[in-house]
Design a protein around this ligand. Structure first.
Ligand code: NCD
Length: 340
């Protein structure tokens, strides 16, 4: 892992093709571990991972905690509602408190974009030897989800060698509420880096035209794109136009909490136009897998029948793969902290 250079994992826009390859290779090793008979490794014994979740989570938090335990790290988690935040303590001071207790890895989720990065910069300036992992910040980024989606697709296309090359030339359709999705943004960086073509599909209110150029330039603050040639991004407004020729389809949670913004006429008409079903999927022209980051609104983004169809739905597989992918990230970052 000598070429791994990141002290923190904040955004996949900063990942080179080699970074993706390193994570996938390590994730595959961890994924095969139970087959080899060992469920737990001593790699991070004595290290402390603290999860700071300022926003709800079912999968991401449990998955990070389990990943840390599988590597024998100690795990501590912070509950914002019962903490001193309600007494006015700043976010940075809260994080510093956990660093003072010995945290080596801080896993941070916040509803505001940029919070994990801001914390990482402040902690670096303060000389804290801690790695920050972004577990989802606002609409901005969800790197571990993007990586587990990438790993799931790579394993699907190439079970024996799930490397970035498994994605080259594949067409992945992402359907739904792209505008409000940090998962879609992270997937755009990951998939195009590996040479996949991404077709985005949704109504203009949830998928503005500007997304066609999303990966065209590095994000603000990043000098250059670490990837020389990226796969193309295209927008289609109907599933009939988007699905033919697809190799995989990913659908995103429709954020019902945003319905007050009048971005849609209704859930039924959304399902009629953009909901996936076994019949709809047949438009791809071949049997293709469906992915969803969860939580799923059954009968909205996809039918319950499709979600439960073992030969087509990779949703449980995504959850399973989240653990080895997060083990890989924790392992790489904890290694980086020792080396520093
Ligand atoms: C997503 C998230 O919170 O960004 N879920 C997840 O982490 N698997 C997607 C969502 O909430 O829609």
């Amino acid at each position: 892992m000598s070429n791994w250079s990141h002290r923190h994992v904040l955004d996949l826009a900063a990942f080179s093709l080699e970074d993706f390859a390193i994570v996938l290779e390590l994730a595959q090793r961890f994924r095969l571990m139970p087959v080899a008979g060992a469920r737990k490794l001593p790699a991070l014994q004595g290290r402390l991972m603290t999860s700071l979740f300022f926003e709800p989570s079912t999968r991401t938090r449990s998955s990070f905690e389990l990943a840390a335990k599988r590597l024998s790290a100690d795990v501590q988690s912070f509950a914002p509602s019962s903490s001193s935040l309600s007494k006015g303590e700043s976010l940075l001071d809260t994080a510093r408190t956990y660093v003072a207790m010995g945290a080596d890895l801080l896993v941070v989720r916040h509803r505001c974009a940029g919070v994990p990065q801001g914390l990482a910069e402040d902690l670096d300036r303060a000389g804290a030897r801690v790695a920050v992992l972004n577990a989802g910040d606002g609409l901005h980024s969800h790197p571990s989800q993007g990586l587990l989606d990438l790993f799931t697709l790579a394993r699907h296309f190439s079970p024996q060698a799930p490397t970035p090359a498994a994605l080259r030339g594949k067409r992945v359709v992402i359907v739904g509420d792209v505008l409000h999705s940090r998962v879609a943004r992270s997937n755009l960086w990951a998939l195009t880096a590996c040479g996949a073509e991404v077709v985005l599909c949704g109504p203009p209110t949830l998928l503005p035209e500007a997304f066609a150029a999303f990966v065209a330039a590095p994000p603000p603050g990043q000098a250059a794109d670490p990837v020389a040639v990226r796969g193309a991004v295209r927008i289609e407004r109907s599933l009939e136009a988007a699905l033919p020729g697809a190799d995989a389809v990913m659908t995103l949670r429709l954020q019902k909490e945003r319905m007050h913004e009048h971005l849609l006429t209704g859930l039924e008409s959304y399902h009629a136009q953009f909901g996936l079903s076994r019949q709809r999927l047949a438009l791809c022209g071949q049997p293709v897998p469906v992915l969803h980051p969860g939580p799923v609104n059954r009968g909205v983004e996809m039918t319950g029948e499709l979600l439960d169809a073992p030969e087509l739905s990779l949703v449980d597989e995504q959850v399973r793969n989240g653990i080895p992918v997060r083990m890989a990230l924790l392992y790489l970052l904890a290694g980086g902290v020792t080396a520093a």
